[in-house]
Ligand binder design. Structure first.
Ligand code: CA
Ligand code: CA
Ligand code: CA
Length: 175
């Protein structure tokens, strides 16, 4: 399901708000900021909403955007930008109105991905990246709120696996 939805997100990115021949409408405008909306599939429900920083007229940059990926009238992805660069992204991958993935970016590169894959809605998997490459994966397999399974990567290759058996956050066994 999640994989399917992630594919959908990429499809949407390719053919959604950025699609040709669709023109957004302005819903609010100040000297610094314009908010746009777009109904991609023309069903009367807004699918894309975004704000542009227009302080510098020559180089407008995105401030934030929200997208409805499955056209149910509810936004499933929220993105926040600083100086035109994506810094934070929240995604509801199974369209239940609860975010399942939060991505953090540094200098435009993914630095951290936090997944909530269990029905509890709590974060249960953390992926850490350095210069865009995966360096560590932590998983809360026992649903205690803390990771108990750890994977360490070098040059994106799995090097070591650690497990915390007693829940004190310290790795007890290495594989
Ligand atoms: Ca729509
Ligand atoms: Ca939706
Ligand atoms: Ca969800």
């Amino acid at each position: 399901m999640k994989t399917y939805c992630i594919c959908l997100i990429f499809l949407f990115a390719a053919f959604g708000c950025a699609g040709k021949g669709k023109s957004p409408s302005e819903i609010s405008k100040s000297k610094d900021e314009i908010i746009y909306q777009l109904d991609v599939n023309r069903d009367g429900k807004i699918d894309c909403l975004w704000a542009q920083n227009v302080k510098d007229k020559n180089t407008p940059s995105t401030l934030w955007r929200k997208d409805d990926l499955n056209f149910d009238g509810k936004f499933d992805i929220e993105q926040f930008y600083t100086d035109g660069k994506l810094t934070l992204e929240k995604m509801d991958l199974d369209f239940d109105q609860v975010f399942d993935l939060v991505n953090s970016y540094e200098n435009g590169l993914l630095s951290k991905a936090e997944f909530s894959l269990s029905p509890t809605g709590k974060t249960d998997m953390w992926l850490y990246y350095k210069e865009g490459k995966l360096i560590k994966k932590e998983v809360d397999r026992r649903h205690t709120g803390k990771p108990d399974y750890f994977e360490f990567y070098k040059d994106s290759k799995l090097e070591r696996i650690g497990r915390d058996l007693d829940g004190d956050g310290i790795i007890d066994i290495w594989e």
